[in-house]
Design a protein around this ligand. Sequence first.
Ligand SMILES: NC(=O)c1ccc[n+]([C@@H]2O[C@H](COP(=O)([O-])OP(=O)(O)OC[C@H]3O[C@@H](n4cnc5c(N)ncnc54)[C@H](OP(=O)(O)O)[C@@H]3O)[C@@H](O)[C@H]2O)c1
Length: 246
Amino acid sequence: MRVVVAGATGRIGSRTVAGLRDHGVEVVSLSRTSGVDLVSGQGLAEALRGATVVVDVTDAPSRGQQVSTEFFSTATGNLLGAAGAAGVEHYVALSVVGADRVDSGYFRGKASQEALATRSTIPHSLVRATPFFESVEAAVTVGTRPDGVLVPPLTIRPVSTDDVATTVAHVAVGVPLFGVLEVAGPEERGLVDFAADFLTATGRTDPVVADARAPFFGAPLSERSLRPGPDVHVGHHTFAQWLEQP
Ligand SMILES: NC(=O)c1ccc[n+]([C@@H]2O[C@H](COP(=O)([O-])OP(=O)(O)OC[C@H]3O[C@@H](n4cnc5c(N)ncnc54)[C@H](OP(=O)(O)O)[C@@H]3O)[C@@H](O)[C@H]2O)c1
């Protein structure tokens, strides 16, 4: 089995490559760093020669709706086209929980990627992850004001990138799902509470303020937009463990 990982240099990609090698499969790393551009299509046909499985863990250059929709439409379209020509038997894409119901911001981009995968003739699997632990830090950075940290009043269940990558690698070596597997972390709490824990762990004393207008992933979200369903696969790494990492 030869598995091509598109986005192999990224947070999830690098961990997925390691996980696939643990499964004993041959892995080909694909990204602009290795001379392959999914947007222009440069180097793509050569990189996919002999591939049985393609794992797509690329990401758009920003969280904005227009940029992410353009990126995922073009990159996924090019990747699926080249994968079909190369005789690929399984396309696995990493998406986000909420892509099927949040109709704005970054979620629109992920929905366009999912739609292309679903319509493709190549058997597919979609792994939808909840926000990574790193998203809490990103929300704190974006929301920091002189008088406090503004974050939206969302209930979230963030997940470690190690748990996501392990799940993606596992799906890639299995049979196509022709559907969705959700993955989330073990704890569900308010983003406000995760942000407060992050601030405490980094020695900050600014107050965290819930503000419904503060966007997350480029979109205004309702309180329960990002909750996974009951059949979710639950990772075992906790937010506290992530905070303790050097
Ligand atoms: N952040 C979250 O909380 C979250 C939650 C759920 C799901 N996800 C999903 O997780 C996926 C991976 O995220 P990540 O944080 O691991 O991303 P990342 O660290 O930003 O990595 C993105 C990868 O895509 C490659 N790439 C970007 N543009 C490319 C292009 N034009 N052609 C070829 N390769 C390209 C990059 O490599 P080069 O720069 O070398 O090209 C890099 O390897 C995303 O699809 C995202 O939707 C994220």
